[in-house]
Design a protein around this ligand. Structure first.
Ligand code: SAH
Length: 215
């Protein structure tokens, strides 16, 4: 990594993450160790550590670093969890999950994005990740239940299959709402019941697939 990117990365960690309340040491370390510049388009490499979402192929985006950090922290990963991610996209969030959990299953509907993400993750030596191509609204029953589920695309309601595939004591995070007005929602399964909590506003690309009607 060149000196300018190194400086930008340090600045991002200090100003956009720590100063805005991200304090989990493991999360900050994983972000420190993961080269975001390898997950963006080559022409956007210099902006890899700006606190902004960036365009990737197939009209999708790599999420804003602060939101990625916020979601990752809210998952409370200790290293032993099995995680399901819907929306592999660039694979950047997947790499962080792989560093912080025991196993990650990540689903992407665009085969091209999944293939690119697979190459990047292999280069970084992530061996605890399974990438699948398909409609993630159905989850991935084969390896259910999951201790954590992270959906990185928005819809008006959470697909029921995902809530079903959440383990007891597990946490599911998903942006809920329409294109302009979304709320990051955290569900926790306790005694078979779902507790819902709002973590604040956010903006994600739409989840495309077999979806339940909103509210
Ligand atoms: N975490 C990714 C975010 C990518 S944007 C990153 O930081 O790079 C969200 C992704 O969800 C897009 O790649 C989009 O193609 C994918 N997506 C949307 N609906 C989906 C669905 N039903 N199943 C699987 N992937 C989906």
């Amino acid at each position: 990594m060149n000196a300018e990117l190194q400086l930008a990365k340090r600045k991002m960690l200090r100003e956009h993450l720590r100063r805005r309340g991200i304090h989990d040491r493991r999360v900050l370390q994983a972000i420190q160790d993961t080269p975001r510049e390898r997950f963006v388009l080559p022409e956007a490499e210099e902006q890899a550590y700006a606190d902004t979402a960036l365009g990737i192929d197939c009209g999708q985006t790599i999420s804003q670093p602060y939101i990625v950090a916020l979601m990752t922290e809210a998952l409370n990963l200790t290293g032993s969890e099995k995680v399901l991610e819907i929306g592999t996209g660039s694979g950047y969030q997947t790499a962080l999950l792989a560093a912080l959990a025991a196993r990650v299953v990540s689903i992407e509907r665009h085969a091209e994005l999944s293939a690119q993400a697979g190459r990047r993750l292999a280069e970084l030596g992530c061996s605890n990740v399974r990438l699948e191509i398909g409609d993630g609204t159905r989850g991935w029953p084969e390896e259910a239940p999951y201790d954590r589920i992270l959906v990185t695309a928005a819809a008006e309601a959470c697909p029921p299959a995902l809530l079903e595939q959440l383990a007891e004591g597990g946490v599911l995070l998903m942006p809920v709402g329409g294109p302009g007005d979304q709320d990051l929602v955290r569900w926790e399964k306790r005694g078979g019941k779902l507790e819902r909590q709002s973590l604040g506003g956010c903006r994600f690309v739409p989840l495309v697939g077999d979806l339940p009607a909103g509210k």
